[in-house]
Design a protein. Structure first.
Length: 277
């Protein structure tokens, strides 16, 4: 066997193993969600029966508030995505284009902020939100999520904006464009892949966040879907795995579909800033 064929074979084997490791939990979740008896592997006496009853129950029982949790997650994630991408775009442009004192310090502080674990600040956040009267409201999650996803967004956009030639800015300003016009009419359209990938990553991160949502919400008016899934055990006394997996599937499938559809843009946006001519 030639070296080229060996290399191809190893790539295929590695890809298949990686896909199995990554996708097996997802397929298992879907299988359990469509199963009447989730413990069918525990005993030969338990039959394997496919059913839609788990989905029917979680959507029919108003007390579970699954649709409310899902709605809250989508609204919060969308608002956070818009805020983060807009602020990060302006900040990344300023850092990559404008020379000012302390720029390197600011970049290092941004990186340092992202190193703090959530558990170390959630207590202070709870106290602040309580004093503001924001507990169990959208803004109690929107502002922490925006601050939490900002460092990642800035690093992605700064690395991309830095690769764009500064001649574009100079040419635009010679023609009479302001800094804002240069950013909105030239830089942002050119950086669309990076901005799109950043927006998608921020949306997924906000949609899936658990710690802040657990501590800063109390009921279905602002509670998000990850916390709603975790509350199943308290509602039923024992864990109804079929319904838990059905709810998880409802929450996960849209994100998986978005990632699969736009994966090319995600990869392009994340790697473009690392490429050198």
């Amino acid at each position: 066997m030639s070296e080229k064929r060996k290399k191809t074979l190893f790539i295929w084997i590695g890809s298949i193993i990686t896909c199995i490791i990554c996708l097996l939990p997802f397929f298992w979740m879907l299988l359990i969600s469509f199963t009447k008896y989730p413990n069918f592997l525990a005993s030969k006496d338990v039959p394997f029966i496919l059913t839609l009853s788990n989905y029917q129950q979680i959507l029919a029982e108003a007390d579970l508030h699954i649709l409310d949790y899902f709605k809250n997650s989508v609204i919060i994630a969308l608002v956070v995505t818009v805020l983060t991408v807009v602020v990060a775009s302006f900040a990344a442009y300023a850092v990559s284009r404008i020379q000012f004192r302390g720029k390197s310090i600011i970049i290092m502080v941004i990186l340092a902020v992202s190193m703090f674990p959530q558990i170390s600040i959630v207590g202070y956040l709870f106290k602040i939100m309580t004093s503001l009267g924001w507990i169990n409201t959208y803004q109690a999650l929107i502002f922490p999520y925006t601050a939490w996803t900002m460092p990642m967004s800035l690093w992605i956009l700064i690395s991309y904006f830095t690769q764009l030639p500064k001649d574009l800015d100079e040419a635009a300003m010679i023609d009479g464009a302001s800094r804002i016009q240069t950013l909105t009419r030239i830089i942002i359209p050119l950086a669309a892949p990076s901005i799109f990938s950043t927006a998608l990553l921020v949306f997924i991160s906000s949609f899936n966040e658990f710690m802040f949502a657990l501590m800063l919400t109390t009921d279905y008016h602002a509670r998000t879907i990850p916390v709603g899934i975790a509350m199943f055990q308290g509602l039923h006394g024992e864990i109804p795995w079929g319904q838990v997996m059905a709810t998880s599937a409802i929450a996960a499938v849209p994100l998986v579909i978005l990632t699969l559809i736009f994966q090319r843009y995600i990869v392009q946006g994340l790697t473009a800033g690392a490429l050198k001519d």
